[in-house]
Design a protein around this ligand. Structure first.
Ligand code: NAP
Length: 556
């Protein structure tokens, strides 16, 4: 093990030195990575840009923010005591509670002493002679490490829209993905929300209750299913707790998306119209992401998908009183589920409020922001505050901000200029000893993130232990294995309806970003099996380098 100074928690002097592993990010991935590395007796230093642990849940503090995976499943499974002791209060945990949970985990395993907060990793360069990474941070320090693990998160790089005049707006501007820590009170204000993805759809009903007037600027209508959030009863919690190990096993091995739910036994067209409507109705009443799991072919067959999309469009028409507004809110340019489906509380009903207006910026585009107004081609709408719910440079955005140099000084950004290329989403050829957690090419955002995080962290930990035990100094994905994996990821995506949407899964929300379907859609169970098989076959597709024997000193 390397000799290391790893004292500092927040406020203490930054360390300089040599580590076994540098981890970038202290969200759910970085925290668990640190815990596992310590269990192996390895030295690790975690750098985190935020002021505390929590990652995406540290930044996304907008009103109404909550998880769209049920809290009893959106939690760590690695420690039975932890999952038995934590008391989730609601079916879908609100952001403050998830952040509290992250803090509890950090306390429980004493993680903060190896995490340096308020510090960005700016550069990482691989030294091919020493087989070590040199890592430069925003506090001016440089440390070295045998491995770097990018636990940078998939949705942590908030994207400011390029709208003319935004910088000259005289009121407050907020981004949902970078929300202030202080409470924001919109009481009596005229507020504009730009963007109607998951974040906008969660924020709109809450802001509407405070604002004197709320104008929602919608470019693309989205499908949204009611969350039916409620307090968890002791019995509901107990149903999980009494059977947690088995529930977690099913999530990991048998569910495509890592969320335990009823598995459909038929396709949408196998039922007659009445039966189909009854099934959709039952899922709509239950609420949540499992709506898409009612039939087994909604993600693959357009005719089947249309039946679900029509059902939701009809629901919108029933809920929204003004027919013109209802029409605008009905999505019609992508298959349901091909963009991340939204989960809401009273989103569509909110448009029945007298203080809420919808502006369709597809037909009436935003021309620019004036000091006190949003100007579209048809009108000027005076506002006191702007809320940008405009999303993220997803999956690759946070990695791209770091100047990462692998073999021959090639940067990861150069290599990924035409789109991210990885083997198993875990490593990229030419960048030895650099691991990515839930990276492009792995199920990540198409799954319960914590299930995928735990799988990646465990695999990486086992790999590092394997290397240590055999005195291996470098591991690198082979080009051939990477090419085959990238081809496979694309091939599987093409069998689905996902590529038909201009989604952030495709990079389509960022002008100029290459459009490639980034996550692996084969399902977490199959993917886990593939990763395990690769390891069992001696890390097939990876090249491993042994330490050179030390030269003997020549004695005369
Ligand atoms: P998003 O899904 O990318 O939505 C961004 C919205 O902003 C879209 O409506 C987009 O319109 C609009 N937009 C972007 N640039 C614009 C511009 N220049 N002018 C006007 N409109 C613009 O982002 P998000 O809502 O933050 O959600 C991202 C992901 O985070 C979600 O899909 C989900 O995976 C995750 N998330 C999860 C939860 C949860 O767990 N409940 C909550 C929030 C977020 P177009 O569609 O036309 O591009």
């Amino acid at each position: 093990m390397s000799a290391v100074q790893s004292a500092s928690a927040k406020g203490q002097p930054a360390a300089t030195g040599a580590y076994d592993v540098v981890v970038v990010g202290a969200g759910f991935a970085g925290m668990y990575m640190l815990h596992r590395l310590r269990q192996q007796g390895l030295s690790a230093r975690v750098y985190e840009q935020g002021g505390d642990v929590g990652g995406t849940w540290y930044w996304n503090r907008y009103p109404g923010a909550r998880c769209d995976v049920e809290s009893m499943q959106y939690s760590y499974s690695f420690d039975e005591e932890l999952q038995q002791e934590w008391e989730w209060s609601e079916r879908y945990a609100p952001q403050p509670e998830i952040l509290k949970y992250a803090g509890h985990v950090a306390d429980r395993y004493d993680l903060r002493r190896d995490i340096q907060f308020d510090t960005r990793v700016d550069r990482a360069a691989f030294d091919e002679t020493a087989n070590r990474w040199s890592v430069a941070t925003s506090d001016g320090n440089t440390v070295t490490a045998k491995y770097v693990v990018l636990a940078t998160g998939c949705l942590s790089n908030a994207r400011m829209p390029d709208i003319k005049g935004l910088a000259g707006f005289k009121g407050k501007v907020y981004h949902t993905g970078h929300w202030p820590h202080e409470r924001v009170d919109f009481t009596g204000q005229r507020v504009a929300v730009i963007g109607t993805g998951s974040s906008g759809i969660q924020a709109v009903p809450v802001i509407a209750e405070q604002a004197s007037h709320l104008t929602v600027f919608q470019r693309t209508a989205n499908f949204s299913i009611p969350a039916r959030n409620a307090a968890l009863t002791a019995e509901e919690r107990e149903a999980f707790r009494s059977n947690y190990p088995e529930i977690r096993r099913i999530a990991r091995e048998e569910m495509r998306n890592g969320i335990v739910q009823e598995v459909p036994d038929r396709g949408a067209l196998d039922d007659g119209e009445d039966e189909r409507r009854a099934r959709f109705e039952s899922r709509w009443s239950k609420g949540g992401l499992t709506f898409m799991g009612v039939y087994n072919n909604l993600a693959f067959d357009k005719a089947a998908n249309d039946t679900a999309a029509d059902f939701v469009r009809n629901k919108i028409a029933e809920i929204v009183e003004d027919p013109h507004t209802a029409k605008l809110l009905q999505p019609n340019d992508h298959p349901i589920g091909s963009k991340r489906i939204c989960i809401d509380t009273d989103y569509f009903t909110t448009f029945n409020r007298p203080n809420v207006t919808l502006v369709d910026i597809k037909s009436d585009p935003i021309q620019g922001i004036l000091p006190h107004a949003v100007r579209t081609s048809a009108k000027e709408i005076e506002v006191d505050a702007l809320v940008l719910a405009t999303g993220f440079d997803a999956m690759t955005g946070s990695v791209a901000k770091i100047d990462i140099r692998g073999r021959n000084g090639q940067t990861l950004n150069q290599k990924w200029a035409e789109g991210p290329r990885t083997y198993l989403g875990l490593m990229s050829a030419g960048f030895p000893n650099l691991f990515i957690i839930t990276g492009p090419g792995s199920p990540s955002v198409l799954s319960n993130m914590i299930v995928s995080i735990e799988q990646h962290v465990d695999w990486i930990t086992d790999c590092i232990a394997h290397m240590r035990d055999r005195d291996l100094v470098a591991i690198e994905a082979s080009r051939d294995a990477e090419d085959k994996w990238v081809a496979h990821v694309n091939e599987v995506a093409r069998t689905t309806l996902y590529p038909q949407a201009n989604s952030w899964y495709m990079g389509a929300n960022i002008p100029g970003k290459p459009q490639i379907f980034m996550p692996y859609i084969g399902g977490v169970g199959l993917y886990r099996q593939i990763c395990n098989d690769v390891a069992a076959k001696g890390y097939e597709g990876f090249a491993m380098t042994a330490a050179k024997p030390l030269k003997r000193a020549v004695s005369s």
